[in-house]
Design a protein around this ligand. Structure first.
Ligand code: PEP
Ligand code: MG
Length: 313
């Protein structure tokens, strides 16, 4: 790279012509929340709540969960924090929840499916999130991982409502949810694309397996096409669609995602400054043009090269 990148992030990002883009942080525990706030993040687009549950023989009590969630929310007074409900199973097995004998755990009872199998666990977690939200000033949105059907989205929204959590959302991590986005987003207020899993399930390539790493990139045209369809589905309802997978942290991909209709990008805090810097160099129309460019390319490599040529002359 021969360009100078801003070392700091002041919490705001916009295209060169002044269209604001919501750049927020992914956090997985209170220490990361503190680091994200220190890095200038003014909100959280993905709070992974598994830290409270991982490595445990049994479910943490509601009071313990409330304290854990408050420790994160308190870092973002008056700002939005998107709390993801428990994403157990597959790469995040939990002793007291995850079934023992699944041949294909990534295709098994994971994410929201765990909550369908154990509705009481989701109920207690939503209770804890609602209590933590009531005790802090952060604006809490709640979303479910690994949603594949409209029925799941509807049931999750009802469960949230029952706890007074009025901004239910879903992660779009399956091709099914992306293709059905216009129906899914009739049931919930927002969606966030989990591009790590969306890539895994689109390309049928294990996200943690080095041998298939060449397939596992969000630059794959099939993945980007699903991002486009998901954003289109959100637009039908005026519902924001964000990205919270690793794709959001790729400075070359960020303007493409904006061009595809993504409203917010949530990422590891250390990527915020560079992504903001790249967005400030392009106009909204140029983002749209970049999106058109990648959708037209037949391979991931060609898509990346096309954007690199435009942005890094
Ligand atoms: C994703 O799948 O892109 C995502 C953000 O969730 P996780 O990495 O926690 O599965
Ligand atoms: Mg995921």
């Amino acid at each position: 790279r021969d360009r100078v990148v801003a070392a700091t992030f002041d919490g705001h990002a916009a295209t060169r012509d002044g269209v604001a883009v919501d750049l927020v942080a992914n956090v997985a525990d209170p220490a990361e929340a503190r680091a994200a706030a220190a890095a200038g993040a003014r909100g959280v687009g993905l709070f992974r709540t598994e830290f409270c549950f991982l490595g445990r023989g049994e479910e943490p009590g509601i009071d313990e969960q409330v304290a854990a969630y408050r420790a994160v929310l308190s870092q973002f007074p008056g700002q939005r924090v998107v709390v993801r409900t428990l994403d157990a199973g597959a790469d995040k097995p939990l002793r007291f929840l995850t079934p023992d004998h699944e041949d294909n755990p990534a295709l098994g009872v994971r994410g929201l499916r765990t909550a369908v199998a154990h509705p009481d666990v989701l109920d207690r977690q939503l209770d804890a999130i609602a209590r933590a939200a009531a005790a802090e000033t952060a604006e809490v949105w709640v979303m479910a991982p690994m949603v594949a059907t409209v029925d799941e989205a509807r049931d999750f929204a009802a469960a949230c409502e029952a706890h007074g959590l009025h901004q239910p959302g879903v992660m779009i991590e399956t091709p099914a949810a992306a293709l059905q986005a216009r129906h899914v987003l009739a049931e919930v207020a927002f969606a966030s694309l989990g591009t790590n899993d969306l890539t895994q399930y689109t390309m049928a390539a294990d996200r943690d397996l080095a041998g298939v790493a060449a397939l596992s990139t969000p630059w794959q045209p099939a993945v980007l096409e699903l991002v486009r369809v998901a954003c289109e589905g959100g637009a039908v309802h005026g519902a924001p669609v964000g990205v919270c997978g690793e794709a959001a942290a790729d400075p070359l991909l960020a303007p493409v995602l904006v061009g595809l209709g993504v409203a917010s990008l949530s990422m590891t805090p250390r990527a915020l400054a560079e992504v903001a810097d790249t967005l400030a160099r392009v106009t909204r129309d140029e983002c749209t043009e970049l999106a058109r460019l990648v959708l037209d390319r037949p391979t991931a490599e060609a898509a990346r090269d096309a954007v690199r040529t435009r942005l890094l002359p």
